[in-house]
Design a binder for this molecule. Sequence first.
Ligand code: NDP
Length: 313
Amino acid sequence: MTEPRKTLILGSGPAGYTAAIYAARANLAPVLLTGRQPGGQLTITSEVENFPGFPHGVMGPELMVHFREQAARFGTEIHDETGVKVDLKRRPFTVTTDTDRVFHCETLIVSTGASALYLGLPNETKLQGRGVSACATCDGFFFKNKLVYVVGGGDSACEEANFLTKYASKVRLVVRRDALRASKIMQQRALQNPKIEVLWHQNVTDVFDVQKGKVTGLELTHTTTGKKQQVEADGLFLAIGHRPNTELFRGVLDMDDVGYIKTVPGKAATNLPGVFAAGDCQDSYYRQAVTAAGSGCMAAIEAERWLESQHDH
Ligand code: NDP
């Protein structure tokens, strides 16, 4: 068995990299596995306006490059690999990566984030990348002068709809209730944008590809009357929330019904001593880059103190 590492961090969003910065500066020589989406969800957003320290905003991917550089500067060992198997039954814990590399660690910080949700329509998966997307920043460019629909009423939906107006001729925001969940400023921007039309009380219940292989239309269903209508569409963007990336820990760590890892209130500690959780994989409420970073810091400090307490014994 290779020498166990003091701390292994799973995930490379704001939580993972902040945990790495703190752990590295505490001489824990952390190893960080980036996961399948190095940099996490901020790499598929456009401008981040609410991360403190950037008065003029910063592009999400650029911010994550800074996080990575800062973690590396203090000696974090970063691998662009994904943890695919964990054994947390005994210590040191074991993490196996997608390249079959095996790490042993005394403490584990889980910061695996969350992923975009889809509606679950039969055609949706087939048409992903062919008009169906959950990332306007990634795919908006392909919808120049097109008619696109965005589903959702939260900050993501308003942000995506606004972003898409840079390219699309018209953006229709499909909202299932009579109100938006988004913050007031994001609502205002969407509602005042002349290229955005809000369709209240509607659900997207099908997506068509009459010209095979590319979105050509949608079925909308009124959420109170049940009335259905078919509309032409060139694109369908989903912005209906996220699912925590915690499958690896199902049955191992305590979770809520949705799969968010439960931590001790006010702490990053999980039900397993030596295992800590930070960021969106344990936070269904705030889900902000800055709160994720804060919880990454908490996880690293708790890991350091937990290791000290083990050695004191
Ligand atoms: P939210 O959970 O806030 O909103 C999801 C939206 O999708 C809700 O309007 C919800 O409707 C709707 N929805 C959910 N499921 C369905 C469905 N099956 N069919 C139709 N509509 C559905 O997620 P977001 O991703 O928007 O935001 C997550 C967090 O990230 C929030 O805390 C948000 O503030 C933050 N955020 C901040 C940004 C910023 O400040 N720049 C940008 C983006 C996100 P209903 O309201 O009826 O439940």
